[in-house]
Ligand binder design. Structure first.
Ligand SMILES: Cc1cc2nc3c(=O)[nH]c(=O)nc-3n(C[C@H](O)[C@H](O)[C@H](O)COP(=O)(O)OP(=O)(O)OC[C@H]3O[C@@H](n4cnc5c(N)ncnc54)[C@H](O)[C@@H]3O)c2cc1C
Length: 365
């Protein structure tokens, strides 16, 4: 395959950005900008907290799948019409730019440090008799499920400010999840908050907004992460952010009105539920359009481009420990072993590793 001299810069090495980088690496000069040296299958991290060795397969060094491109391990801090600026002082020129910064998360720079962090979190869980989880979205629910199944003797208290769990799916799925958690002796407190400013290491007494006192040996904050777009708010794209900080894109996933800047994944305003398998589909559309635009060694401004059709129904699977899950399909909500069979055993890790061209099981350290 002939590699084109065009420069494609991809900002963000989550599932969306890494799929584009991998797809284009033999077609253009690719540069991936990410503050981590690795791609993390984000939802597998909760399993890695109860079984740290699980992270060996779900953390993939960018270099393992991006063998023919540049990697800059830093945050992007600005974009101009022609360059990306990074926190460590790089100014990278681009012909095409793909923004895939998803949600902001503060995780270590190296894969080995992240694996160490899983071990520390695991020690924290193992040494506690009672655990407070704050937040009843997918992260809080999946973490509660992992701990309840692997450590059935631990007392788990889950506090959620909303009237029901998992407010991104229907109430049927939420009700089933609540019953499942209660059947595992998880105490769920809805419509209550905890003043985070009072949190300190070693604190064992927590006060909820209803005046309840919770005693717990440790806590985990599982609150929604903010979108990682604040760095664009003073850039040439500042008017392309909506009121929630999402990047506005057209049906070809171009940032409004621009022919050479694209955005994909959770960071976009595409009207659909935010899911990794959809972020991957965005990435495939953009990679295919870019290949066509720059293909054959000559830029093709007039080539037809694929469009992306947003997912119209909310489809999601939330795992509940190693064997069960709750799933919302277009016309059906299911809980138990059947949806668990789809997701909970391997959490799609083997499948994603294969898609990235890696062995599903063998780990490269
Ligand atoms: C508990 C839970 C379970 C889930 N389960 C599933 C599931 O079963 N199936 C599924 O399909 N989806 C699932 N999801 C959703 C899925 O995690 C997201 O939709 C997906 O991770 C979005 O991918 P992304 O690449 O857009 O963003 P992210 O995964 O958020 O990646 C963004 C990347 O950008 C980088 N970045 C951020 N800021 C900058 C910057 N300034 N400069 C450079 N890089 C930057 C980050 O380091 C990161 O690498 C789940 C989510 C949660 C919370």
């Amino acid at each position: 395959m002939e590699k084109n001299g065009k420069k494609v810069v991809i900002i963000g090495g989550g599932i969306a950005g890494s799929v584009v980088a991998k797809s284009l690496q033999h077609h253009a000069h690719v540069t991936l900008v990410d503050p981590k040296e690795y791609f993390e299958i984000t939802w597998a991290s909760l399993r890695s907290m109860v079984e740290p060795s699980f992270g060996e397969r779900s953390l993939i060094n960018h270099r393992d799948y991006l063998t023919n491109g540049d990697i800059i391990t830093s945050n992007a801090i600005n974009v101009t019409e022609t360059e990306v600026w990074t926190a460590d002082g790089h100014r990278i020129g681009y012909d095409y730019l793909v923004i895939a910064t998803g949600h902001a998360d503060h995780v270590p720079r190296s894969r080995s440090e992240r694996l160490e962090q899983f071990k520390e979190e695991n020690e924290k869980i193992k040494s506690a008799s009672s655990i407070l989880i704050v937040g009843g979205g997918p992260t809080g629910v999946e973490l509660a499920g992992e701990i309840a199944v692997d450590f059935p003797d631990k007392k788990i208290i889950l506090v959620h400010k909303g009237p029901r769990l998992l407010d991104f799916v229907g109430s049927n799925a939420a009700d089933k999840t609540l019953k499942w958690l209660e059947s595992k002796n998880v105490v769920v407190k809805l419509e209550q908050t905890i003043d985070l400013s009072t949190f300190r290491d070693g604190l064992k007494l927590y006060q909820t907004s209803n005046g309840d006192t919770i005693v717990a040996d440790c806590h985990f904050l599982c609150l929604g992460k903010p979108l990682a777009s604040a760095w664009l708010s003073e850039s040439v794209l500042k008017n392309d952010l909506d009121y929630l900080g999402r990047i506005q894109v057209d049906e070809k996933l171009r940032v409004n009105g621009r022919s050479n800047i694209f955005a994909i994944g959770d960071i976009t305003d595409i009207p659909e539920i935010k899911q990794g398998f959809l972020a991957r589909q965005h990435a495939e559309v953009v990679a295919s359009n870019l290949k066509r635009k720059i293909g054959g060694g000559r830029e093709c401004g007039q080539c037809g481009m694929d469009t992306y059709k947003p997912q119209s129904t909310a489809m999601a699977i939330v795992s509940l420990g190693r064997k069960e899950a709750v799933a919302q399909f277009p016309f059906l909500t299911l809980i138990g072993r059947i949806p668990g069979f789809i997701k909970s055993g391997d959490l799609f890790v083997g499948k994603i590793r294969k898609q990235m061209g890696l062995s599903p099981g063998i780990v490269k350290s």
